[in-house]
Design a binder for this molecule. Structure first.
Ligand code: ZN
Length: 329
């Protein structure tokens, strides 16, 4: 469960003061963060927190004090969400920050007319499909076109839309079908779609991105967001092998990373570890578990040091790459 903003504690603050304050630039564009109004979920399924734009802003002030923060907000994929109400609400919410944008929650049932109508509002720049909505019914092993239809990709291609893509399949970006599909879509079939491969191309462990990066880096129109990846190894691989201009900061707030714990890599498997749901003891430590988003930022900081990134390159990842790519004034 995410912690309440009031539960930000002295252990979080220590990490901010001693590690992150001098690493995080003045301007941040968080390119992977979700918004949600609980009324969009069935009454018995309201397990997540309310996340209006004002809540995102409040959290940003707490997490990165004094920084100027805007967002590429994403629809929240939840199996029984009221998609129409959710998107209608998004279009209104986002107007509160002219520098923020949104990627529309899209399921295979969304018509191209509905999508186009939202696109015309201006601040919607892309799509947020999700494997939960796969037409095959298999959420773990599905190909891109099974949860983002070809008609929808044709529309996205026509308008040059963004797609934030959380890849399915056990091997994520190292899956052979995913790689072949991405190569075909970026190189010939849909050359105008701009893909953001979420979570280091869904590489929460060292393995998938090591397998895939040499092929991904040859594909045009591929970007990555770093959201929720707390293991340093995939971040090092990405920083050392990709063009850093294709890498974007994302937090995956609020519920997926504003809890105490991290996404723990265990061999080639990984698991969210919420320390408050475990009975852990820390006999040899002064510190205590910190927010998962700070774990991610620590991994980014140390990977940037290992990759030899300059201050300017770090600023690119946190801000300049996104505002350039999204054409924000
Ligand atoms: Zn997310």
């Amino acid at each position: 469960m995410p912690v309440s903003i009031e539960n930000y504690n002295e252990h979080d603050l220590q990490i901010w003061n001693e590690e992150l304050n001098d690493f995080i630039p003045d301007r941040i564009y968080d390119a992977h963060i979700h918004m949600l109004h609980l009324s969009h979920l069935p009454e018995d399924k309201r397990i997540w927190g309310q996340a209006e734009l004002k809540d995102l802003k409040k959290w940003a002030e707490r997490l990165y004090p004094g920084r100027d923060v805007s967002f590429l907000t994403l629809g929240t994929p939840f199996p029984e969400i009221d998609v129409a109400a959710h998107n209608k609400w998004f279009a209104e919410q986002i107007k509160e920050d002219p520098k923020s944008r949104w990627n529309r929650l899209v399921t295979p049932d969304c018509t191209t007319e509905e999508i186009e109508k939202d696109f015309e509002t201006g601040q919607m720049i892309g799509l947020k499909p999700y494997r939960f909505f796969s037409t095959t019914g298999d959420v773990n092993q599905c190909r891109i076109h099974e949860f983002l239809t070809h008609e929808q990709m044709e529309l996205a291609n026509h308008h040059g839309m963004w797609v934030t893509m959380h890849l399915s399949q056990p091997h994520g970006c190292a899956d052979e079908e995913n790689l072949k599909d991405l190569a075909e879509y970026t190189q010939s079939r849909y050359p105008n779609i701009k893909w953001i491969l979420a979570h280091c191309a869904r590489s929460f462990t060292y393995w998938p991105i090591r397998e895939a990066v040499d092929r991904l880096k040859e594909m045009p129109n591929i970007w990555y967001d770093l959201s929720a990846v707390t293991d340093i190894r995939p971040v090092i691989t990405l920083f050392k092998n990709e063009d850093h201009h294709r890498i974007l900061y994302g937090s995956d707030g609020l519920d997926a990373t504003y809890f105490r714990g991290q996404y723990v890599a265990l061999g080639r498997a990984w698991q969210a570890l919420d320390t408050e749901s475990q009975s852990l003891k820390f006999p040899h430590c002064d510190g205590r578990p910190i927010l998962c988003i700070y774990e991610q930022l620590l991994a980014m900081k140390q990977a940037a040091e290992i990759a030899g990134f300059s201050k300017e390159q770090v600023e690119d990842i946190f801000w300049r790459n996104a505002v350039t790519a999204f054409e924000i004034e």
